[in-house]
Design a protein around this ligand. Structure first.
Ligand SMILES: Nc1ncnc2c1ncn2[C@@H]1O[C@H](COP(=O)(O)OP(=O)(O)OP(=O)(O)O)[C@@H](O)[C@H]1O
Ligand SMILES: [Mg+2]
Ligand SMILES: [Mg+2]
Length: 301
């Protein structure tokens, strides 16, 4: 097959591994910088171009769209969908998963376990917002934070209020969440491919940090997941409409709760920790499922 990976940086571990896996399976794969692709959206014959050349003849697209280019990146994926090219994750699903509020609403609607969460645009009713989630301690998150930056634990009402006010002063919406203390500063990342959990790891925050992000000095280890955790991850990926997803959960007293669902999960930590060839599983899924025009939304989203 002829595959196209959309990625800003071809030399990242995850991207190198996907190229290796595709080539090992006998496919041709190009990696193009998403931002260097431009599109003709005026004609009835949609076209995507790169360096003066029309991007035709691909059997599948593998989007690896970074959070900072979600809007342009999903437009590029949508263009390929309009051209009838199958994408491992569709533009609508990627967009959905990037919006934290939308994701949480969709997951809650499907009855999936979540930390009790409130969100607000302004600070007038902060006491009520804090009461909704059961009062302190609470976790306060910036909606557009990544890698643990903009995730704060507030132990008292006074500190919760000052964090919320500071965030508001910066003109950003905030999300307030019940603190899952019993998770003990760890979370579980499960990789779902085609409706199956293929790998899982436990991440533990470094040095008493309640945040388990590996970028913040956390460490990872193998973990056995429960059937309930497995089905939670599978259902979460399905609700988001993602064929490939990294689902993060916390082990709470009331069962697994989903924190987020990522559409371009990193492969380095999970492959190193589990020894499982995640890249190969993704390419195998592409191989079995890429069919021209077989996209759910056909670029209509
Ligand atoms: N409600 C909570 N209770 C306990 N720990 C939490 C809670 N929310 C987040 N954490 C911890 O903080 C870490 C970072 O939070 P989260 O994943 O929501 O933000 P982020 O990592 O900055 O976002 P992204 O993963 O999109 O980059 C989590 O991995 C988890 O360990
Ligand atoms: Mg996270
Ligand atoms: Mg995320």
């Amino acid at each position: 097959m002829r595959l196209l990976m959309l990625a800003r940086n071809a030399s990242l571990y995850s991207h190198r591994r996907l190229v290796e896996a595709a080539e090992a399976r006998g496919h041709e794969i190009d990696v193009l910088d998403t931002l260097r692709i431009y599109m003709n959206i005026t004609s009835l014959r949609p076209e995507a171009r790169h360096n003066g050349r029309s991007l035709e003849g691909y059997d599948a697209v593998i989007p690896r769209i970074g959070a900072s280019i979600t809007s342009y990146g999903t437009a590029v994926v949508r263009q390929f969908e309009m051209m009838g090219v199958w994408s491992v994750n569709e533009s609508v699903a990627i967009g959905r998963s990037r919006d934290k509020l939308r994701s949480l609403q969709l997951l809650s609607r499907a009855g999936i376990g979540l930390p009790v969460t409130a969100f607000a645009h302004e600070t007038r009713m902060t006491d009520d917002v804090l009461d909704i989630v059961g009062g302190e301690p609470v976790v306060i998150k910036l909606l557009e934070g990544t890698q643990g930056v903009g995730v704060v634990l507030a132990e008292t009402r006074r500190s919760a209020k000052s964090v919320i006010e500071a965030f508001r002063g910066a003109k950003v919406d905030i999300l307030v969440q019940e603190f899952i203390k019993e998770a003990g500063g760890s979370d579980i990342r499960m990789i779902v491919v085609g409706g199956k959990v293929i790998a899982a790891m436990k991440r533990q925050g470094g040095d008493g940090d309640f945040r388990s992000n590996l970028h913040r000095g956390g460490s990872a280890s193998k973990v056995r997941i429960t059937p309930e955790e497995r089905s939670t991850a599978i259902r979460a990926a399905k609700v988001m409409g993602l064929n490939v997803a990294g689902v993060d959960i916390l082990r709470s007293n009331h069962g697994p709760v989903v924190m987020e669902v990522n559409s371009s999960p990193g492969l380095e930590g999970i492959e190193e920790t589990t020894g499982f060839d995640v890249a190969d599983a993704i390419i195998e899924f592409v191989e079995k499922n890429a069919t021209p025009g077989k996209t759910k939304t056909k670029g209509k989203g």
